[in-house]
Design a protein around this ligand. Structure first.
Ligand SMILES: Cc1cc2nc3c(=O)[nH]c(=O)nc-3n(C[C@H](O)[C@H](O)[C@H](O)COP(=O)(O)O)c2cc1C
Length: 209
């Protein structure tokens, strides 16, 4: 990897001080806010992080893997059955290599899958291999207000919090269904500052590339 780009602002410098040299998994699920993950990935890469992107099939309907491959400069994983002929199960390797995982956006369905221990897509499969006592997993929910308010969603959130997942947002605000409500995904800046905070509390750890 080449030298990271010169930080362009105070925020970028602060981000770089926490994420430079770290390996971050960005998981993307099928929600309209997937476009915001482009900014998050680009900023992390500019700050010197190694970013691996994994996308559900749903996520690829919103933003193409090509976009994330270009932004990250790395292979994008979207199918658990890809690359298996090489003999190295990519999901186990990735889970062991990363310093932090962030799922943005995290769909209502993904919350349900994680809460019930399912791992039938590449994002939940990689997460299933991560020891959360060592590697933080941040979920960034994004959905419309009715989905957010479902008792099942609220039950799943409580289960996931008890299981050691951390959350960023959501916020109240303008939604893709063109109304105001709770469930809007947090902005990239809030996601990046939480990632920086979580990684700087682990500063003593050896970075993994
Ligand atoms: C246009 C469109 C927008 C959607 N936006 C969201 C969303 O913002 N949040 C959400 O939880 N689901 C949303 N969905 C539904 C999910 O894409 C669907 O539940 C899917 O099964 C999620 O799968 P995944 O978690 O594997 O990506 C949307 C569906 C469509 C067709």
């Amino acid at each position: 990897m080449g030298t990271p780009a010169q930080p362009s602002s105070e925020a970028q410098r602060t981000l770089a001080s926490s994420v430079c040299g770290r390996h971050i998994l960005v998981g993307i699920t099928g929600g309209i806010a997937a476009y915001k993950a482009c900014t998050a990935v680009s900023r992390l890469v500019q700050a010197g992080a190694t970013v691996t992107v994994a996308m559900t099939q749903g996520a690829t309907k919103f933003v193409t893997p090509l976009t994330f491959a270009a932004l990250s400069g790395r292979t994008v994983y979207s199918d658990p059955w890809d690359h298996v002929e090489a003999g190295d199960p990519q999901h186990v390797n990735l889970g062991a290599m990363i310093d932090l995982a962030v799922i943005c956006p995290c769909s209502m369905d993904c919350l349900a899958r994680l809460a019930t221990g399912r791992c039938d897509d590449i994002v939940t499969l990689i997460l299933a291999t991560i020891d959360r006592s060592k590697t933080p997993v941040l979920l960034v929910p994004s959905m419309n207000a009715a989905m957010w308010g479902q008792p099942s969603t609220q039950r799943n959130l409580a289960t996931l919090a008890a299981d050691g997942f951390a959350f960023i947002g959501p916020e109240a605000g303008w939604q893709a269904c063109r109304t105001l409500g709770m469930g809007r995904m947090s902005e990239p800046e809030a996601i990046l500052s939480t990632i920086a905070e979580r990684l700087s509390t682990r500063r003593g750890d050896t970075p993994r590339a």
